[in-house]
Write a protein that binds this ligand. Structure first.
Ligand code: PLP
Length: 491
């Protein structure tokens, strides 16, 4: 008997199939061929073990289905209903209307490095530098790819040969493989750890400098907090010791709070750290600053220029799109219009307004979702982005209970149109409205309504069946542990 695998058609036969020709026109030749090869390989293996070979139409249909199932190369826009305003896994700060307009305008050709008046070569980031100088009181400023890049550049340009003194209490991991000892090493400098985990004194730094350390690094611990028998010197105390030894004090502030705010009372304000004597500060552009991903080095003009001139700066510099978005974001601060930035509009949203929006979502979804159990609940939101650990913002949202397991309902919402990322609180799917831009409420209702409509009727009505009181959220479900959508511990 002949080899059963010979019954599987050759690739060359299938490429003339009309559905394949159409798919090549739509998706390109390479992915269609790869899918066909995969299907034919599978069919040959199956044939060898005695399975009858399917017809050409069926084999082609399998290949086309595999192409449709491919993850799309584009990023999928999502509605962030997690209650984490700056969610690193969801792209941190949403941009302001002005910032989006600026980056769209910059997509064409722009005066990135030319002075239009003189026709001479111009500074790439002069507008941003001047704005940051005005906003922070720094002598100069320079923006690079992200906070990690700003720290590595500052350390490599400024730390000197003797290594950098860092408190053992600040050798932190912030998330996404950002660990201070690794950053120090990758900057080509040496870590001189001083003090202990809970207490580091000014004398510890003095001793390290006397032994040859040539810089001090202070790190904002960001997403964790130590309490009890703890001590760390103030920025001013460190600045004095650094100045006496003639070495720079580099202060990694993390979140980039440009103006004090009661919601972020424990976060360092950029201008205050500079005024307290930090030689340079570094901070992110897409955390509390509310702009695009970026890392900013600001401080002493001569030291910032040293960073700007370092060869590494060229490898870490910002592109025109983010320079444009960052400049537009900074002008909101100059106009005292911080709530034009979505993260601050969300942080300051009034609870009564959130409650009215939640009621509208419940009404809209109930109309689409038949007898599904939907109710308004009080929640705790967080700023996120590694800022203000432990601090919460009062919030209001919508809880959904259906027969389907909460994680399955959450998956249906994430993969719906548009995608909605909820969080799970006490076995219920919860949509926190503080992290949803008000303009997205209508889309949220459409997406949730569509998911509820698709549920079998038996999966609805669980809350009523259990006879639970609908307290309309006066008890706040605040269990955030173990919720992957929340991801509050990693930045
Ligand atoms: C977030 C953070 C960083 C890293 O910033 P990215 O912009 O994410 O690269 C560095 N240091 C501190 C203290 C941070 O909080």
């Amino acid at each position: 008997m002949s080899d059963p695998r010979r019954a599987v058609p050759a690739l060359g036969r299938l490429v003339t199939h009309p559905a394949v020709v159409a798919a090549v026109a739509e998706h390109g030749r390479a992915p269609v061929m790869a899918a066909l090869r995969g299907v034919l390989e599978h069919a040959r293996t199956a044939a060898a073990s005695g399975t009858p070979v399917e017809g050409e139409d069926v084999l082609v249909a399998h290949a086309l289905a595999a192409i449709e199932d491919r993850p799309t190369p584009q990023l999928t826009p999502v509605i962030n209903a997690t209650g984490v305003l700056l969610h690193t896994n969801l792209g941190r700060a949403p941009l302001s209307v002005d910032a989006v307009a600026a980056l769209t305008a910059a997509a064409g050709t722009v005066d990135l490095e030319v002075d239009l008046d003189s026709g001479q070569r111009g500074g790439r980031d002069t507008p941003i530098r001047d704005t940051l100088v005005r906003l922070t009181g720094a002598g100069s400023a320079f923006a690079v790819n992200n906070g990690a890049a700003a720290l590595v550049l500052a350390l490599s340009a400024l730390a000197g040969p003797g290594g950098v003194a860092v408190s053992r209490g600040e050798l932190v991991e912030i998330g996404g493989s950002f660990r201070i000892p690794d950053m120090v090493r990758s900057a080509g400098t040496q870590l001189v750890d001083v003090g202990t985990t809970n207490r580091t004194h000014i004398a510890d730094y003095r001793a390290a400098l006397a032994a040859g350390a040539s810089a001090i690094l202070r790190v904002h611990p960001s997403n964790f907090r130590m309490e009890g028998f703890v001590h760390r010197p103030t920025t001013a105390e460190l600045a004095e010791v650094a100045a006496a030894a003639g070495v720079p004090l580099i202060d990694d502030l993390g979140s980039g709070l440009l103006r004090a705010h009661p919601t972020a009372a424990d976060e360092p304000v950029v201008a205050e750290a500079i005024a307290a004597g930090a030689s340079v500060v570094v901070f992110s552009g897409d955390k509390l600053l509310g702009g695009p991903q970026a890392g900013i080095i600001a401080g002493d003009a001569e030291l910032v220029e040293r960073c700007r001139r370092a060869p590494l700066a060229r490898a870490l510099r910002l592109d025109k799109l983010r320079l444009a978005a960052l400049a537009a974001t900074l002008t909101a601060y100059e106009r005292d219009a911080r709530t034009e930035l979505p993260v601050w509009a969300m942080a300051e949203a009034d609870v009564a307004v959130l409650r009215r929006r939640a009621e509208a979502v419940v009404a809209g979804c109930s109309a689409r979702g038949g007898d599904a159990d939907i109710e308004v609940v009080a929640l705790d939101a967080v700023l996120g982005g590694g800022s203000t650990p432990g601090a919460t913002l009062p919030s209001v949202g919508v809880a959904l209970a259906v027969g389907t397991a909460a994680d399955e309902l959450a998956r249906a919402l994430r993969t719906g149109t548009p995608s909605v990322v909820p969080r799970i609180v006490e076995e219920r799917v919860v949509l926190d409205l503080r992290s949803v831009p008000p303009a997205a409420d209508a889309q949220l209702i459409t997406a949730v309504g569509a998911v509820l409509e698709a549920l079998p009727p038996a999966d609805r009505g669980q809350l009523t069946d259990r006879g639970e009181p609908s307290g309309h959220g006066d008890t706040a479900p605040t269990c955030h542990e173990g919720d992957p959508a929340r991801a509050r511990d990693s930045v």
